[in-house]
Ligand binder design. Structure first.
Ligand code: SF4
Length: 258
């Protein structure tokens, strides 16, 4: 039986990147193989015994169900969320959704047919082989570029291959890079060159880190948002290589959204 390992299902307003402000059905998958210093979803790193599922879109009337979840059950939950005209797309998020590529290969064609909604993948952008498996079922991709000076992760080669694969498949793609007061200018210059080498029209979103409380900090590493002067300087520098560089913080946190 094909099953998914999930954290939660809910309907909310997307707070990041190109789709900011749109309404999405979020499928948050368990497991992540990265350990970014700024991670605000460390609860997704392992598989919990249960997941939570919103009954009615946006009402936060969660039910609890055991993991793993059979494919048909997940499909039923998504159809229940899909009020006519309400949602703009389905967001695959995590954790790292591409760790579930074999499940997604089966699930995505069915959920597309059942809902008629576009599929948006939110990913660390470091698993190009798994991406290839599900590319035919995706409509858009928001991929991270992990800046080593901020995230502690160094994935330049994987990012380049990943972005190239999205571009060649002619899928809408944008880049998100979390920036903090510690961001190294050299990392941003390298990211700009990487994106420009694929296509300088690909939008890049610099997302100032949302400071974490001490108990949320991975390994006790404090993350501070950059100063206004820093983001102005970085945006100007990247715009020498790229057409679209926007600076947007996590808006869902301002709205008290999930
Ligand atoms: S990729 Fe996302 S979920 Fe994984 S550690 Fe980084 S921020 Fe957290």
């Amino acid at each position: 039986m094909t099953t998914a390992r999930l954290i939660e299902i809910f309907s909310a307003i997307q707070g990041e990147g190109l789709n900011v402000g749109t309404r999405q059905i979020f499928i948050r998958f368990a497991l992540c193989d990265l350990r970014c210093h700024f991670c605000d979803s460390a609860h997704t790193w392992s598989v919990p015994s249960t997941c939570r599922v919103e009954r009615s879109p946006g009402l936060r009337d969660f039910e609890t169900h055991p993991n793993p979840v059979p494919l048909n059950t997940l499909l039923t939950w998504i159809e229940r969320q899909n009020s006519p005209g309400l949602h703009d797309s389905i967001s695959l998020t995590g954790g790292e959704p591409l760790l579930h590529a074999p499940f997604l290969v089966e699930f995505l064609p069915l959920v597309r047919r059942a809902t008629g909604l576009p599929i948006y993948l939110e990913t660390g952008g470091h698993r190009p082989q798994q991406l290839q498996l599900i590319l035919p079922y995706l409509d858009s991709v928001g991929m991270d570029i992990k800046l080593p000076s901020v995230s502690g992760e160094d994935r330049w080669n994987e990012h380049a291959e990943f972005l190239q694969a999205c571009h060649q498949a002619d899928i809408e793609v944008f880049i998100k890079a979390i920036v903090s007061s510690q961001t190294d200018l050299g990392d941003l210059a390298k990211a700009a060159k990487l994106v420009a080498s694929v296509n300088p029209e690909i939008p890049v979103f610099l997302q100032p880190a949302t400071p974490l409380t001490p108990s949320q900090q991975f390994g006790g590493i404090p993350i501070q948002a950059p100063t206004p002067a820093q983001v102005l300087h970085w945006q100007a520098m990247m715009k020498r290589e790229l057409k679209q560089v926007r600076v947007i913080p996590q808006t869902h946190k301002m709205l008290n959204q999930l």
